[in-house]
Design a protein around this ligand. Structure first.
Ligand SMILES: *Cc1c(COP(=O)(O)O)cnc(C)c1O
Length: 456
């Protein structure tokens, strides 16, 4: 398959070779990975069979099972194991083994028909978040180029995922920039355990992101943040798995949290390409959910009416908004730390997705996020706070009549319950919370213990 990188702005449209490591086009805008050929629809059957295959870790991988649609490595034979297994990176076939499922109590809480509502739990990835989907492809590009050092700015999950993949690739060193004190305990523990170097910057994620871009320009560092277009190729498979589950029928709505907006970018690209290739007849609508304390996309899209506008984005409006944030010293603030981001790197790609998929952007308070998280937990699954922004967002959209009760809706749960256990314990220990389930302290006395069992 013949591949290249291209600027997302049509009036520029510059192309670059796949072997170039770029954080953007020379005009300053984001890049896409582009494929010249049009994949054959017969592959739908192939993907289906791979899902039940044993022994070939690339067939088993929820990312590489779809490898013909994300085949950016020049000169490999995608049907020959010996050829592709030398370059493609997988965590022993374990990334992306997810599919949509029903959660009845969550559907009832939202006020939507349970049979029309699914959640796809990306927390079931090897390092506990959807980031592994993108790390498999970003590391493949890095390996293809012989990279020795990878780096990212992170609110935690990108760092954890990168650290694990770097450790697996033996000769790759990982460096993670985090905002000091801004990362949940499970994620910090993972990064330390997997052996990456962690730099705690005195500042927040947006500071860490700005600094790492500068550092990457000065040193030979390969960035795996979602401005890396090859990482987003892997995240497209999150939507391929939704479609595979529905026999390539397209649901009405896809709902997910928005932080750095990598998923917004990747999902939009996935559906747009499939439509261009004639694989699907329509695209779904999407809803991106911001936390109220980190709501740049919500504000710019809904209040400032910032639009993709066929690639003619109003750059001055973005600059004006960002200078306003700087002048007023506005900082992102939410308990959903994975989406505590005010200057999302994929803003323009997100605007493109919103236009092509007739999207909406919603925002939810921490209170709404944490109640929703508790309800997901009550189903026996659970997730971290940023993930339940999906659920809180759908609930709000149903209340507003934007998502209708009988529309088919798939929400994405982005991260695992054990990523941020402190926020869960804090929620359940506070009796003023709607679904609080606090530990009960009882004296070491059988009668009192028996009484406590019977008390609500
Ligand atoms: C990274 C992350 C997000 C944000 O995703 P973007 O693609 O950056 O918008 C949301 N939830 C969790 C758990 C994450 O790790």
């Amino acid at each position: 398959m013949d591949t290249y990188q291209q600027c997302i702005i049509p009036s520029c449209g510059r192309t670059h070779d796949v072997s170039e490591v770029l954080t953007g086009c020379i005009c300053g805008n984001l890049l896409d990975v582009k494929y010249r050929s049009r994949p054959d629809k017969g592959l739908k059957e192939v993907f289906y069979e791979r899902r039940s295959s044993r022994g070939n870790i690339f067939d088993e991988s929820g990312v590489w099972g779809f490898r013909e649609l994300i085949n950016f490595v020049p000169g490999i034979d995608i049907e020959d194991y010996d050829s592709y297994s030398r370059v493609l990176v997988t965590y022993d076939g374990d990334e992306g083994k997810t599919k949509p499922f029903h959660l009845t109590k969550v559907a009832q809480y939202i006020g939507i028909k349970p049979e029309n509502f699914w959640l796809q739990f990306e927390g079931n990835n090897p390092t506990g978040s959807f980031k592994d989907n993108g790390m498999a492809t970003a590391f493949t590009h890095a390996k293809m180029l012989g990279v020795k050092r990878v780096a990212c700015a992170s609110t935690g999950n990108t760092g954890a995922s990168m650290a694990a993949y770097a450790a697996n690739e033996l000769f790759m060193e990982g460096v993670v920039f985090v905002g000091e004190g801004k990362i949940a305990v499970g994620k910090l523990a993972q990064i330390l355990a997997y052996g990456a170097k962690i730099l705690e910057i005195k500042g927040d994620f947006d500071d860490a992101m700005a600094r790492i871009k500068e550092a990457a320009n000065k040193r030979n560092i390969y960035l795996v943040n979602s401005l890396n277009p090859f990482r987003l190729e892997g995240q497209k498979t999150i939507m391929y798995r939704v479609l595979d589950y529905f026999d390539w029928e397209v649901p009405d709505w896809i709902v997910f949290p928005g932080g750095n907006l990598g998923n917004t970018a990747a999902f939009g690209k996935a559906f747009t390409e499939l439509k261009e290739w004639g694989w699907i007849k329509k695209v779904p609508r999407i809803a991106v959910v911001n936390a109220a304390g980190a709501d740049t996309l919500y504000t710019l899209y809904n209040d400032w009416k910032l639009k993709w506008n066929m690639g003619n984005v109003d750059d001055e409006a973005i600059e004006e908004y960002y200078s306003y944030l700087d002048e007023k010293d506005v900082k992102a603030k939410t308990k959903a730390t994975a989406i505590q981001i005010l200057k999302p790197v994929n803003l323009k790609k997100a605007l493109r997705t919103l236009e092509l998929l007739d999207g909406v952007v919603e925002e939810v308070s921490d209170h709404e996020i944490l109640d929703a998280m508790a309800v997901v937990g009550k189903n026996g699954f659970g997730c971290e706070p940023a993930s339940s922004a999906s659920v809180a967002g759908i609930k709000k959209l149903v209340e507003k009549g934007i998502v209708e009760e009988d529309e088919t809706t798939v929400g994405i749960l982005t991260g695992h319950i054990l990523k941020d256990p402190s926020s869960i314990i804090e929620y359940h220990s506070n009796l003023t919370n709607r679904f609080a389930n606090p530990p009960r302290k009882v004296e070491n006395d059988l009668r009192k213990i028996l009484a406590a069992i019977e008390t609500d």
